[in-house]
Every structure is written in structure tokens, then in C-alpha cells.
Write a protein that binds this ligand. Structure first.
Ligand SMILES: [Zn+2]
Length: 878
């Protein structure tokens, strides 16, 4: 048993602020009342719309007061009172506290320790995935909770902030045939009248409210054995056990690797992985991680290599949180990055140890390049930001937090060295186990093992937005020297303000027949770096060694030519992908001529590594962007078809016996690219034929090719194919397959069919949580259908808003302005702005989403002006 007492330090760390006010708090509770322990008892019956709850909260009232404020949303309080440590109990009156708070007021002042008792009723939602909600699988309803960041208050009146970390004792009353799951093992179970049973769980170690979780329904439990003393199970909707085969293999492996990395055994008594029938979701509740069904389960006959990788990455992420996030919790949401960046970094690092052949270092480079595209925007936010509203809390869960954060951690690990960095992580976890910590605590732990203060370097990446660009020139005098100059990398036409960073720069170079590695911090706008080990001028130089630095490189003189000479055989796959990614980004910044970038395509389109071919394809994709005049896009397709077509044709749509994983990956990327972007007719026609064959069950298609195949067929398909896909999607019971069919339905390039797919959002055929993204945003990918989503939203906004769910702290409505994400002209930009400007204020996270969409349109317009002449010249010569 490991149920430690509440650490005294944590309790003392709350300042005693002004006397509690009878006014409700604005954003945060003031800390004048501290929770010590919760005991919650809920009656949950799947397929009902409400639940009954009662909660006892042991509190310490630090400043005498006549009122206790708690977070509560959508709860009807039926009864409440306070039991002081001494003296008679006091009934409480309810004081309204706006939409996030409820006050419990008393007719005399209370102080010191006591227990607040509340009886209430809450809602079990059928259309949202926040708070307590239910989902249907086959004929059964399953109830789940999802609380991060601010939805525990929909299940309990509570102190709903991560800094309040105390033990929770959960008791659930559920129908006797249901299984109830929570953070800890069951302590006792007993029958009750009316076909119910009472399930009492062991008290948890200290947990913040957002990590508390429960689920109830007719689940099956699949045993995945034990790792050390920890029992591991996968909890699936009834009858789905066989689909957990890969999860049951992967999870124990990952758990062992994580225990080794952290040097601390798994912190909780058991690890359950609970499946929810939704798409794209996972949550690191302590001891009870929840996952989307499509992430964790796969029919063994239809399991893809992508699914195995996604499953392994997502599990590693959520499991890493059990230490980094759960055992040690960030004190407030301004350090969400600390949690999410670290777990995102681990989702490639740990599976990479288990499956080195997956080349997850390449995935990390691609993720960095993707984050840089967002981070180049003037409206990009910094990783660490003050939180001033619930909007800010929701906004903190974005790609900047996850992917830029992960890339910055990767850079720091490289700079400090993996062993030292790991010691820093372990020290941080030991120092703050079971409590809360801040980024400063993490930096202090890493600094103490690194033997230098890393905080200023960290801070320059955490507290300001943007991507550093370093131009690198090599001067070969008596001793070779690099001249480094940094600035903020900006897309053409951007107006963001300039700035500098303290950048850990690591370089690799070959001199005198030996490859050397060297790191130093570039703290000024300009500095020289002497290549310490070089006697003669290097043959080649990689200014971002391992491509693990969060900076772009502008190569001066012949440096790019030299580093890519001889098919860049001296670079590993991740490095080749990184260099090509830099070139691609610098075209967008107007710093590398498009012609120079496109000249690299013929060579790297033939690379043996699928990831490098993909990077070359990304560069070739320039020829199909808005920057290419419409009448020349066909020539762009011809270029792509010529450079990549032969390999794509040889691969074909159908797998061949004995294909390696790399071949299968290459086929999956290259064949649809050449068909869709290169508009290669043979592949298009085959796609349609095979898709129809698959739909009428006369054709087998390998699982990883099915999605791309259906999408390409739909892109060039007619009304008849649309109807076939629609019928198949409505009838399909399997989530993963339904996802593929919905993605295909969102891919029609015929504007009338795109509009028809949009109408499905208004029908009751599909759950909006599944259909919203593929159907509404799919048509943005093609010039022919780019206007359809905005037209649809203008026509049907009221109906849509009524039906759209709130999801995990973020409003679906906030995504609506993204219907203009691929616009590239001033007129439509203004239409979008005037339509949404006032409306987005009502959507959580909406104003930022609109600002980013508008900035993206402006940049597209500037990029077109800058690149069109060059691309036109290139294609005219072609
Ligand atoms: Zn996470």
C-alpha cells in the first residue's frame, strides 16, 4: 500500500490572501479554504440523463469566514452543511457564484478543520465528452468521466484546480451487471436493492481533481499480466477483448521501459487502460487511463502498421504522465507545457527504445518542422503563458505546447547530454513526488545535474514565441570558424517583431577524415564558433547536429550543396529529412529560391528511405499551392507524376507478399500523393475500381491502404460512389472503418457532392463527434471545393451550434472559423472576418482561432505574391 499523507509542504505553500469575500472568485479560488480529503459517492446508471451524488470534503478553513466557495457547473444542490471539528453542525445556504462557482454560506463564521457535506444531482451528457457523459457501443451505454482541465466541477462541487492535491475516496452505485472502474482497486463490493450494487474503491494517493476518473458499463476486462507488482488490464466494451491484442503486448513493455527511465516504480496500485468509443482521445487519469477505441483497439485482421505506431506512441505519452503530471503535478495551468511537452517527447523516445526500426527520430523531426510552421505566425503564443481566463486554459492545449515543447526538450537533452538530462528528470520527480511543482523547479533540478544554470536558455524558448533562424557561414583561415547570425524566422509578409534567443547550437562536421560534434550557446545576435577539432576546412557541415535543435538553418555559400553531396550518405535519415524540411520552410520565408529547393526533388525522390521521399514530395507540393497560377497547376501535376510516378506505379495500390514495413509505408504515402496531387490517371482509375470492389465485398485491400484508396476514389468519384460510401458508413458498426468512410465522404472534389457530404452534418446518421472534422474540413483540401464549408456554415450556423458538442475543455464551435483556413484572397478574408468577428466571442478559444485563420490567409496572399513569379518561371521552363 502506498497512500502517503498530504505533504505538509504543499499545505504551507498557499499564501494566506485577503479575507475571503462574499463575492464569488473571478478565475481562481483564493486558497483561504484548503481541501484535505474527499469522499464522493455517485449513483450512475448508464442510459439515464442524470446521476445522484453526495460528497464529504474535509477542509481546513484558514481564514475565518461565513462562506466557502467551490467550483461547480450544472449541479443542482439538494442539501449542504458543515460539520466543524467541535460544536454543532451548521446548515449551509447556497450563494450563486456565476457559471463556475457555487458558494456555501453559514449564519456564523467558521474556521479551522471540519467537513463540508453536499448532496446534489448532476447531468450525464449524451452529446459532449466533458464532465460525466455516456457513449453507445452496439446496444449498450457506457458512462465515462473526463475532467481535464476544468470539468471535474461538472461531477462534484470541488476545489477544481491542479494545486489542490489530496486523497479521494470514490464509491459508485451501479447496476449489478455493470463493471465500475476508478483510479484505485476495488476495496469492497456489495449487493443493493433494485438490481444495484455498491462498489467502494480504495482511497487514492493525493490527486488533483482533474486526474480523478471513473467509468461504468458492461465492460470486459482483458488481463495483461503484471509488471513488478502492478496488475495491468485493458478494459473494453463488451465483446471487444480480441481487439486488444496489440495493446496487451505493448503496454507492459512500455511500463517496464518507463520505470527504468524514471528510476521510480509505477506510482499507483494498478494500471487500467479503459476504452471509450470515440475518436482521437486519451487521458492520463492516475491508474485509469482512458483511450479512444480507434487508438487502443483494432480488429487483428485489419490492424495496420500505423495503428501499432499510434497506439504505442499514445500509450507511452499517457503512461509517462503517470509520473510526470500525476505523481508530480504542475501547480497551475500556465505550466501545462511542462506536462504535455514532456509526455509528447516521451511518446517517441520510449517507443523508439522498444522499436528502433520505426525511426521515431524522423517522426520527431517532422513534428518539429510542423510546429515551426505554426510558430512562425505573428499570432503564435509562447509555450509558457500567464492564464487570465478559462479561454487561456483551453488554448494552452495546442501544438505549441505539445510539439514545440517536445522539440525544445529534445534540444535540451542533446545539449546537456541524455544521461545528465535523465538524472535531472529523476531528481525533479523525487523532490516533488505526490506534490506540485513549477517549471522553475524542473529547471533547477536540471541545472543542478548539468552543473550550469539552464534557466535563461530555457526561458528564451518558453517565454517568447517564434522560431530562431541561424544563418551559417564557414570561414576557413588558419582555424575554421563558423559565423553564426540569428534572427526570427518569418514567413514572407509577416509583421511579427524581431527578437533573439539563447540557442544551444550543436554542429557536426567532417574534417581531416573524421566526423566531429560540438555544441555551444549562441546568446548574441552574432557570434563566431571555432571548430575546435578541425585542422583543415571541413568537407561538409551539419549546423543542426541530429536535427534536434529548435532552429532553422540558412546555409550560406556552398554549405547546403556540400552537406547534401553524394546523396547525403553521411547523414542519417532524420538528418536528411531535417535538412530538406529546413529548405522547404526557408522557401516560405523567401530566403531560399523555390528553384533551388525544387532542384533537390529528382535526387531525393529516389532515396531508399520512405521518410526522405516524403520530404522531397513535400517540396514538390509547392507546385500545387495557391502560389502557382491556376493555368499552370496541371504542369505542376505533370512534374510530380514524372518525378514520383514510376516508383508509385511499381508499388501499386495493392500490397505484395513479403513487402517490408518500409515498402508498405512508402506505398501508403507515395501512391495516393501521385494519384491525388500528380493526378496520375492509371492510379486514379484503379482506385475507383478497387474502392467499388471493396464496397461490394469482392476485393481485398490491405488495411493501411484502405483509407488512402477510398479518399482518392472519392476525390474523382461521382454521385453513385457517394451514395455507396454513405450507405456503407451508416451501416458500419466498427469505429475505425466508419472513420475511414467518413474521411472519404469528406473528400469529394465535385462541389455538389461536397455540399451533399456537408448536409450529413445535419442528419442524424452520424454522431457529430465523429463526423464534424472529416466532413466539414475535408473539402478545404481542394481548390474546387474550398468555398463549400464556409457557405454551409453561413447557412446553417444556428442548427450547427445547437448540435455541436463541447469537447475536453474546448468548444467545437471554436473550430468553425477554420472553414476559411485555405482561403488566399482579401475578399474572402474580409467576409470570414465580418461573419465571425462578433460570433467567436461566444466560443471558448474562438477569438484566437479566428486570429490565426486570418493571419494564415494574409500570409498565403503574401507568399503567393512572393513565390508566383519564381514558380511560374520554373513551370514555364518545365
Ligand atoms: Zn498529455
Amino acid at each position: 500500500m502506498k497512500i502517503p499523507v498530504v505533504p505538509a509542504l504543499l499545505l504551507l505553500s498557499w499564501p494566506l490572501l485577503a479575507a475571503p469575500s462574499l463575492e464569488p472568485p473571478k478565475l481562481r479560488l483564493d486558497g483561504s479554504v484548503q481541501p484535505l480529503r474527499y469522499a464522493a459517492e455517485l449513483t450512475i446508471v448508464p442510459d439515464r440523463d442524470t446521476f445522484q451524488g453526495s460528497i464529504d470534503i474535509d477542509v481546513d478553513v484558514r481564514t475565518p469566514s461565513r462562506i466557502i466557495w467551490l467550483n461547480a457547473v450544472g449541479l443542482s444542490i439538494e442539501e449542504a452543511g458543515f460539520r466543524p471539528a467541535e460544536g454543532a453542525p451548521l446548515p449551509a445556504k447556497i450563494a450563486p457564484g456565476g457559471d463556475q462557482f457555487t458558494g456555501f454560506s453559514f449564519d456564523r463564521e467558521i474556521s479551522g478543520k471540519g467537513a463540508l457535506h453536499v448532496v446534489y444531482q448532476g447531468k450525464i451528457s449524451r452529446n459532449s465528452s466533458a464532465g460525466v457523459f455516456q457513449l453507445k457501443e452496439d446496444r449498450d451505454w457506457y458512462v465515462y468521466s473526463q475532467f481535464e482541465p476544468t470539468d471535474a466541477r461538472r461531477a462534484f462541487p470541488c476545489f477544481d484546480e491542479p494545486g489542490f492535491k489530496v486523497p479521494w475516496q470514490m464509491t459508485l452505485h451501479v447496476p449489478k451487471e455493470d463493471m465500475a472502474v476508478s483510479n484505485t482497486p476495488v476495496q469492497s463490493e456489495s449487493a443493493e436493492p433494485n438490481g444495484m450494487k455498491k462498489v467502494q474503491f480504495k482511497a487514492t494517493p493525493p490527486l488533483p481533481s482533474y486526474l480523478v476518473a471513473f467509468a461504468a458499463g458492461r465492460f470486459d476486462a482483458v488481463d495483461a499480466g503484471r509488471v513488478g507488482t502492478t496488475p495491468v488490464r485493458v478494459i473494453v466494451p463488451r465483446g471487444k477483448g480480441a481487439e486488444a491484442a496489440y495493446a496487451v503486448t505493448a503496454i507492459p513493455h512500455l511500463l517496464k521501459l518507463l520505470e527504468d527511465y524514471f528510476g521510480i516504480p509505477f506510482p499507483y496500485e494498478k494500471l487500467d487502460s479503459v476504452v471509450m468509443p470515440v475518436s482521437d482521445f486519451a487521458m492520463e487519469n492516475a491508474g485509469m487511463i482512458t483511450y479512444a477505441e480507434s487508438t487502443l483497439l483494432a480488429d487483428p485482421a485489419r490492424e495496420t502498421i500505423n495503428h501499432q505506431r499510434e497506439l504505442t506512441g499514445t500509450c507511452a505519452h499517457e503512461m509517462a504522465h503517470q509520473w510526470f503530471g500525476d505523481l508530480v503535478t504542475t501547480a497551475w495551468w500556465n505550466d501545462t507545457w511542462l506536462n504535455e511537452a514532456f509526455a509528447t517527447w516521451m511518446e517517441r523516445k520510449i517507443p523508439g527504445e522498444w522499436r528502433p526500426e520505426w525511426h521515431l527520430d524522423v517522426a520527431a523531426v517532422n513534428a518539429r518542422v510542423g510546429a515551426m510552421r505554426q510558430d512562425q505566425l505573428a499570432s503564435a503564443r509562447s509555450i509558457r503563458q500567464p492564464i487570465e481566463s478559462n479561454d487561456d486554459i483551453a488554448n494552452a492545449f495546442d501544438d505549441i505546447t505539445y510539439e514545440k515543447g517536445a522539440a525544445v526538450i529534445e534540444m535540451f537533452e542533446r545539449w546537456i547530454g541524455p544521461e545528465k538530462f535523465r538524472s535531472g528528470v529523476q531528481l525533479y520527480l523525487k523532490q516533488h513526488a505526490w506534490g506540485n511543482a513549477t517549471a522553475a523547479d524542473f529547471e533547477a533540478a536540471v541545472s543542478s545535474v548539468a552543473g550550469q544554470d539552464v534557466a535563461p536558455v530555457f526561458s528564451s524558448f518558453l517565454d517568447q514565441p517564434g522560431v530562431p533562424e541561424i544563418s551559417v557561414a564557414l570561414k576557413c583561415g588558419a582555424k575554421p570558424v563558423l559565423e553564426l547570425t540569428q534572427k526570427r524566422s518569418l514567413p514572407v509578409g509577416s509583421h511579427a517583431k524581431p527578437q533573439t534567443w539563447q540557442i544551444p547550437v550543436c554542429v557536426a562536421y567532417e574534417a581531416d577524415g573524421v566526423v566531429h560534434h560540438q555544441c555551444s550557446v549562441l546568446a548574441e545576435a552574432k557570434a563566431d564558433m571555432e571548430l575546435a577539432e578541425a585542422q583543415t576546412c571541413p568537407a561538409w557541415l551539419l549546423p543542426n547536429d541530429g536535427e534536434s535543435g529548435y532552429y532553422q538553418v540558412a546555409y550560406e555559400g556552398d554549405l547546403l550543396k556540400q552537406v547534401l553531396a553524394g546523396h547525403a550518405a553521411h547523414l542519417n535519415v532524420a538528418e536528411r529529412v531535417g535538412v530538406l524540411g529546413d529548405v522547404d520552410l526557408l522557401v516560405g520565408a523567401g530566403e531560399t529560391p523555390a528553384g533551388v529547393a525544387l532542384a533537390l526533388v529528382p535526387e531525393f525522390s529516389q532515396d531508399p528511405a520512405p521518410q526522405v521521399v516524403q520530404a522531397a514530395a513535400n517540396i514538390a507540393g509547392l507546385l500545387k499551392t495557391e502560389s502557382v497560377p491556376g493555368d499552370l497547376r496541371e504542369k505542376g501535376s505533370r512534374f510530380i507524376s514524372r518525378e514520383f510516378g514510376e516508383r508509385a506505379m511499381a508499388l501499386g495500390w495493392l500490397a505484395k507478399p513479403g513487402d517490408s514495413e518500409d515498402t508498405r509505408l512508402l506505398r501508403q504515402k507515395l501512391v495516393p500523393f501521385v494519384a491525388s496531387v500528380g493526378e496520375q490517371q492509371t492510379l486514379i482509375q484503379e482506385a475507383e475500381k478497387l474502392a467499388r470492389g471493396w464496397l461490394n465485398k469482392t476485393q481485398n485491400v490491405s488495411p493501411e491502404m484502405l483509407g488512402p484508396l477510398l479518399e482518392v476514389a472519392a476525390q474523382f468519384g461521382n454521385r453513385n460512389l457517394f451514395n455507396l460510401l454513405r450507405t456503407a458508413a451508416v451501416q458500419e458498426h466498427d469505429h475505425a472503418l466508419r472513420e475511414l468512410l467518413l474521411a472519404a465522404l469528406g473528400s469529394f472534389r465535385d462541389p455538389q457532392l461536397a455540399a451533399a457530404s456537408m448536409d450529413l452534418l445535419l442528419s442524424r446518421d452520424f454522431d457529430l463527434r465523429e463526423s464534424f472534422y472529416p466532413l466539414l474540413f475535408g473539402p478545404l483540401a481542394y481548390a474546387e471545393t474550398r468555398d463549400v464549408p464556409f457557405t454551409f456554415v453561413k447557412q446553417h450556423l444556428t442548427t450547427l451550434l445547437k448540435r455541436l458538442p463541447r469537447e475536453v475543455g474546448e468548444d467545437y464551435a471554436a473550430a468553425l472559423p477554420s472553414v476559411g483556413a485555405n482561403f488566399c484572397d482579401a475578399k474572402r478574408r474580409d467576409e470570414l472576418d465580418s461573419f465571425f468577428r462578433d460570433r467567436v466571442k461566444d466560443y471558448t478559444g474562438g477569438p484566437r482561432a479566428l486570429a490565426q485563420t486570418l493571419e494564415g490567409i494574409d500570409l498565403c496572399i503574401s507568399e503567393r505574391q512572393a513565390l508566383a513569379p519564381e514558380l511560374t518561371a520554373f513551370l514555364n521552363k518545365y
